[in-house]
Design a protein around this ligand. Structure first.
Ligand SMILES: Nc1ncnc2c1ncn2[C@@H]1O[C@H](COP(=O)(O)OP(=O)(O)O)[C@@H](O)[C@H]1O
Ligand SMILES: [Mg+2]
Length: 360
């Protein structure tokens, strides 16, 4: 009774220019672009980029899922991907899927240089693990978590959804010379969430589309900029501002929110890269000095690519016997670089200092 927000037709892109290029937006846009440019430059100079990608993608999978109340820990996740045991916990499974979906999207974006309707559907399918695809039957509404009140009713008709999605993808894929790409990012994220094309997984799929958009526009070359940690810290705002665009066409606060998120997370990621690089170099020096016999650069890099390591990984990467691999890991444990932990019958070796950096 008076609870439901009736469906107000969602406008197609683009929004009116005067709504999206206010002074405040342009000011924030240049700050965010600068920070992101710096991140791009620093990431390029990192000698082993897979260290960074692995670490950051795992954190994002965790954070983006956490926005949707799917809660896990780094520890559970790394154990899940490094141990041979079958995944039991459904939250862990979803986060592991999310990570897979990011990599899937990233490879696809690089290869194709654009995304199709089918690709977006596939990304969502990897996360959710079902075949429902785009919404066909009505009934999906967005509710306030606490009060249960309907806050937004997305389009219900399947043809309207597909039509809006085609319009969305057209704007997602074209290189728009008129609007700054970070402003487009904010607009596109709003639009995708408001179309809400799936029964579930819209938030997470939309946040993967964000990084793919940055990649397609060459704003960053590797998938390392994610807004979820910022969104977690400012979650009420995230929902409120999305909603105010729906309700009042109030673009400016939403776009500046997203630009702030880009600036903040770019700077944070730069700090993270510095800390990781420092720790890597310190570790290399320590091993060279205290255990020169086992020192191999690839060995140390492995501990950073796989913060939860094990004998098989060392065997695979260094092409040594199990016995030697096991000895290396034990030596690294003696040096205080790794901490062993038993999972079933396996021993996993944890790079705890790295995990500590990744958490923040
Ligand atoms: N008022 C709103 N208007 C548009 N999108 C919204 C609004 N409120 C929340 N959202 C989006 O909906 C997402 C949640 O949708 P859902 O399909 O459950 O995704 P997931 O399963 O990934 O949680 C949020 O993360 C947010 O991006
Ligand atoms: Mg959900």
């Amino acid at each position: 009774m008076g609870q439901n927000t009736p469906y107000k037709k969602l406008d197609k892109l683009p929004p009116r220019k005067e709504k999206i290029e206010t002074l405040e937006i342009l000011k924030m846009d240049s700050k965010a672009s600068r920070a992101l440019g710096e991140l791009k430059g620093i990431a390029e100079t990192m000698p082993n980029q897979s260290i960074l990608i692995n670490a950051v993608v795992m954190q994002e999978a965790k954070d983006s899922s956490e926005i949707e109340n799917i809660i896990t820990t780094q520890d559970e996740l790394y154990k899940a991907i490094s141990s041979n045991q079958k995944l039991q916990n459904s939250a862990v499974k979803e986060v592991v899927n999310y990570r897979k979906a990011i990599f899937y999207g990233y490879e696809l974006a690089k290869k194709q240089n654009f995304l199709k309707l089918k690709d977006v559907e596939e990304i969502q399918k990897i996360i959710i693990e079902n075949n429902a695809g785009y919404r066909k039957t009505p009934g999906t509404v967005l509710k306030n978590d606490r009060t249960g009140k309907v806050v937004y009713t997305p389009p219900q008709d399947k043809d309207e959804i597909l039509d809006l999605l085609s319009n969305f993808l057209e704007h997602f894929n074209i290189e728009n010379k008129e609007v700054s790409p970070l402003i487009s990012l904010a607009i596109l994220h709003y639009q995708f969430e408001s179309i809400h094309p799936f029964y579930d997984g819209n938030g997470r799929t939309g946040r993967i589309l964000n990084i793919l958009f940055l990649i397609l526009n060459h704003l960053i070359d590797i998938p390392i900029l994610y807004l979820s940690s910022f969104i977690i810290e400012n979650k009420t705002e995230y929902y409120r501002l999305l909603n105010n665009v729906n309700k009042k066409n109030d673009w400016e606060p939403w776009i500046t929110y997203m630009l702030k998120a880009v600036e903040f997370t770019s700077k944070k990621t730069i700090e993270k890269i510095k800390s990781i690089t420092d720790l890597l170099n310190e570790t290399i020096e320590l091993v060279k000095e205290k255990a020169p016999k086992i020192y191999r650069k690839e060995l140390i890099e492995l501990l950073f690519e796989q913060p939860y390591s094990k004998i098989e990984y060392v065997v695979g990467k260094l092409h040594v016997e199990r016995k030697a691999a096991s000895r290396y890991l034990r030596n690294l444990e003696e040096l205080g670089i790794l901490k062993p932990q038993k999972i079933g019958r396996e021993t996993i070796y944890i790079n705890e200092k790295l995990i500590e950096i990744l958490k923040h």
